[in-house]
Design a protein around this ligand. Structure first.
Ligand code: PMT
Length: 218
């Protein structure tokens, strides 16, 4: 029965990085590969859910027919897709590494090198997708965020639960070997909004996805 335990559920998942364009050849990005978010999408689909996977630029493929994939590039595009899909979803799991800032200007032509001066970029804040969904969340909807931390991990994660109106946060730390970006493994803790914390050992991202779903939707 576990296989079909999420049937009739519609689950929105964000995954991967965002690219914030500087000019036609350059962007500001991050190291997210999409592996964690795609593992969550496959796990939810295998349990019978209908999955909407909103993905930044990654080189991964989805295999399960229950996954509808929406490819985006920038944080603004990810926001538009997420805010459109969320009202029809029962759950949102926000695993994407969304850029908090974008260049104020996006040049139409390639920025030219000048040998004698430096280059200063002005950045402006992107929308916080998690916080925006937290604002419109209905009582029957569940919002699950991630926190990627390098220091003061639990304190920062608890702040994010509060600020973004999350039900759970999945904490991963770059202090832990084999955890976070790019690896096939991750080491997480799941924290609920009352502050209850459950730690998990380093595992394959597929197994981590199972733990996250068992702990939050199980
Ligand atoms: O893709 P992989 O290589 O497998 O790596 C997985 C991962 C490390 C990217 C993943 O496990 C992870 O931690 N994802 C969240 C990364 C992140 O941006 O964390 P954050 O602490 O900066 O953001 C907190 C939460 O707010 C996250 O749920 C994030 O998706 C969300 N957010 C952040 C900024 C923003 N503008 N909009 C958002 O929705």
């Amino acid at each position: 029965e576990k296989q079909e335990s999420l049937s009739k559920k519609k689950i929105l998942i964000t995954a991967g990085p965002t690219y914030e364009k500087l000019d036609p050849v350059r962007f500001i990005g991050n190291y997210s590969s999409g592996k964690m978010g795609f593992a969550l999408a496959e796990e939810c689909a295998q349990r019978g859910a209908e999955v909407i996977l909103i993905s930044g630029p990654v080189s991964l493929k989805v295999s399960h027919p229950n996954i509808r994939r929406i490819d985006v590039e920038s944080a603004e595009e990810m926001y538009q897709a997420a805010i459109t899909e969320f009202p029809q979803s029962d759950v949102a799991i926000l695993c994407a590494a969304v850029a908090d800032y974008r260049p104020k200007e996006q040049a139409d032509t390639k920025l030219k090198r000048t040998d004698d001066t430096g280059l200063t970029l002005e950045l402006v804040p992107n929308k916080d997708i998690a916080a925006a969904l937290g604002k419109v969340k209905q009582p029957e909807q569940l919002l699950i965020g991630f926190a990627l931390e390098t220091n003061n991990e639990e304190q920062n994660a608890l702040k994010k639960i509060e600020k973004k109106n999350l039900d759970y946060i999945v904490l991963n730390s770059l202090q832990d070997k084999g955890a976070g970006f790019q690896h096939d493994t991750n080491k997480i803790a799941v924290i609920d909004k009352q502050g209850n914390r459950r730690n998990f050992p380093l595992k394959d991202k597929k197994a981590v996805a199972k733990d996250i779903i068992d702990q939050t939707l199980g």
